[in-house]
Design a protein around this ligand. Structure first.
Ligand code: RBF
Length: 173
């Protein structure tokens, strides 16, 4: 792919992802700081089609734009970014070992396990400081935090698995 095409693609993917992030909504009322949105599908797609660096760049630009345009909450944006990277990098690197369905699905499974594990630990450290609540209260949120990441990134995996091939054809030649 030409350098100019690559830069334009990263720009378009980032812009679309930023728009999709505005659709965010909480899925668990008791942990309403965790908001689902479908925007990570575009960085994931970019990671699978163009490579891990492009995926991380789309994720980063999306989060910076959303921070400036809407959220203003650097902690939430940083958590969103770390979650995206924790899924994207293992998933993409496993897929790149062998570009077939088996390795693709292994990538999704390891990605979901990775993001669920990493974000559960990270939230146990961040939530008590962010909400100024004791550890005993934070631990009660553990199932929601693990469930949220497992559900969010499983949905992203399924959608990516369904559209990846068709989207990648657009960029052939
Ligand atoms: N987003 C995730 O995808 N996974 C998380 O585990 C996660 N933990 C968060 C913890 C805190 C304290 C905050 C404030 C946000 C967290 N987010 C997480 C990001 C959140 O779902 C949302 O995308 C951002 O707050 C932007 O509105």
């Amino acid at each position: 792919m030409k350098k100019v095409t690559r830069i334009a693609t990263i720009g378009i993917m980032s812009a679309l992802a930023t728009g999709l992030m505005f659709l965010e909504f909480p899925i668990f009322p008791s942990a309403n700081f965790l908001k689902f949105d479908p925007s990570d599908i575009l960085p994931i797609l970019s990671g699978f089609i163009f490579g891990p660096l492009d995926g991380v760049l789309v994720l980063l630009i999306k989060d910076l734009l959303f921070y400036l345009l809407k959220s203003g909450d650097i902690v939430g944006i940083a958590m969103n970014f770390v979650a995206g990277v924790s899924f994207l990098l293992p998933a993409v690197y496993i897929y790149r070992v062998r570009k077939n369905r088996v390795f693709e699905i292994m990538g999704y499974v390891v990605g979901v396990l990775s993001v669920t594990g990493i974000m559960t630990v990270l939230n146990m450290l961040v939530v008590p400081l962010y909400w100024k609540i004791p550890m005993s209260e934070t631990v009660k949120l553990l199932p929601y935090i693990a469930g949220f990441n497992a559900i969010k990134f499983s949905i992203d995996s399924v959608v990516n698995g369904l559209i990846r091939e068709r989207i990648s054809k657009i960029f052939e030649n």
